[in-house]
Design a protein around this ligand. Sequence first.
Ligand code: CO
Length: 285
Amino acid sequence: MLEKYLEAGKIAKQVREEAVKLIKPGVKLLDVAEFVESRIRELGGKPAFPCNISVNSDAAHFTPKANDERVFKEGDIVKLDIGVHVDGYIADTAVTVDLGDHENLVKAAEEALRKAIEVVHAGVNTAEISNAIYETITEFGFKPVFNLTGHGLDHYLAHAPPTIYNFRVEKGVELKEGMVIAIEPFVTNGVGKVTERGECEIYSLIALKPVRMRQARVLVEEILKKYKTLPFAKRWVKVSEIILAKLVREGILRAYPVLTEVSKGLVSQAEHTVIVEENGARVIT
Ligand code: CO
């Protein structure tokens, strides 16, 4: 298990570093997403979720659609969030690429992540991690995004307990040796809250129920076989919007609409996956 987590982490780190160099004005978001996803496979892993490329006020859950023509622009602040799994053992990592002059916003997220990791060891309460993140972000004069959190990772589960809040909390849960957690401060110069906007390109399987429509049944079988409970992109499956929407209504799929900052504030993010050790944290990404 440890070997697989380490392998996933190594691949995620390498792909993140390579992909960062591709993010430049004029480059298509789709080209970067496809590079990330195919490079993960080349290196012997599988994407644990579609490559997320959230720009400016978008904070999370943006992935390009098939034939997406959108390009990066001068001044953009770009969050690249990558998930890799090896036999279901997941590494989750994110970085912000600044194509403008948002240096402090980027630094605040990186510094909050660094401070948070310093606090981690077996026996620590997640409240201490949350408080370290909150202190650092507010010292920079920014706000955390209150409704986006760090999380545990489990076999084929990209978001498992515990929840690691990015703001001050009284009490969290105690971390145990061997737990795998993703710490991901989100920082904004807006009010600090994200909400769904219309666009949705990411889904995951949440329940197995009888499906009458043949096309929908074939899709569910394909998802179960290829992605299990992990999120997948609409562009990965050849199926109409209508069928996806139907499966969401029936409670078989979960939709992950793009999350955007409510006041149109800019958002930065930094994320690493760590394994909790007796005396500290082992950063695998
Ligand atoms: Co994450």
